[in-house]
Ligand binder design. Structure first.
Ligand SMILES: Nc1ncnc2c1ncn2[C@@H]1O[C@H](COP(=O)(O)OP(=O)(O)OP(=O)(O)O)[C@@H](O)[C@H]1O
Ligand SMILES: [Mg+2]
Length: 242
């Protein structure tokens, strides 16, 4: 579903992403970890076509993100680390706006889906309020609802849990788990290690642009020689690279 080949992104002298290779299967939940400035957001922006790779390529659902951008985009959902919302729209209006960006053969089903998502994310009572009056967590949940509206095959998510309270974080985790079980491929970068620990099928760790480890949690424990929590494994692996 996601194929990354020799993906490299340079900013001048800096190699932000260095010859990254990864293959992520249908329905797989992949957690992408790494210290600050490791290259996670740059990888993600290149994956979704916002940045042009210096070298290499990325394919989503068989479509090259540079050459077949529109085809890839209809199947993809991207949640950036700092999402943009229109403050002067209500939550419901924003979701209508997003719905209208995508072609649909079944608008009625999507409208139903919109109501379900607003309910699932606990935004039902706020759907007619202006987004400018939403709290950080409410905005974050609205972005999630918007990302799920067109039933994406691949979700690429940059740091979703920041600022979510434990209830909201549980809602988001449960929905992502459910989507992954339904066959949606999820690529998620996060510093919230318990999310990776609880729900990822595989974990990749990037440091200074290079993928330094990839595998299941058990595999990472074996390769790092640390048999504790993911936090200990992460600290060991990234410290060795420093
Ligand atoms: N547009 C840009 N121009 C120049 N350098 C950039 C640009 N975007 C990112 N960088 C640099 O690339 C490196 C990787 O940044 P990136 O945002 O990918 O890190 P990250 O792993 O997402 O970090 P964080 O955990 O802090 O979000 C950093 O050194 C950053 O300064
Ligand atoms: Mg980042």
């Amino acid at each position: 579903m996601i194929l990354i080949e020799n993906l490299t992104k340079r900013f001048g002298e800096l190699v932000a992403v260095d010859a990254l290779n990864l293959e992520i299967g249908t329905g797989e939940f992949f957690a992408f970890l790494g210290p600050n400035a490791a290259g996670k957001t740059t990888t993600i922006k290149t994956l979704v076509g916002l940045l042009k790779p210096t070298q290499g390529r990325a394919q989503l659902c068989g479509y090259d993100i540079q050459r077949d951008y529109l085809k890839a985009k209809t199947l993809l959902s991207y949640i950036p680390d700092a999402p943009f919302l229109y403050d002067k729209l209500t939550g419901a209006e924003f979701l209508d706006f997003v719905l209208n960006l995508y072609p649909s053969s079944n608008r009625e089903k999507q409208m139903k889906m919109k109501d379900e998502l607003l309910f699932q994310f606990g935004l039902d009572n706020h759907k007619y309020h202006l987004i400018e009056n939403y709290s950080h967590g409410m905005r974050q949940k609205l972005v999630f609802a918007a990302a799920l509206l067109h039933e994406p095959k691949v979700m690429i998510i940059d740091e979703p849990m920041v600022g979510l309270d434990p209830h909201s974080s549980r809602i988001v985790k449960d929905i992502l788990k459910q989507k992954s079980r339904q066959g949606v491929t999820i690529f998620l970068s996060t510093h919230t290690l318990n999310v990776a620990e609880e729900i990822a099928d595989r974990i990749g760790i990037i440091d200074k642009g290079r993928l330094i480890a990839v595998g299941t949690l058990e595999e990472l424990k074996v390769s790092s020689g640390v048999h504790g929590k993911l936090e200990d494994v992460f600290l060991r692996l990234t410290e060795e690279e420093s």
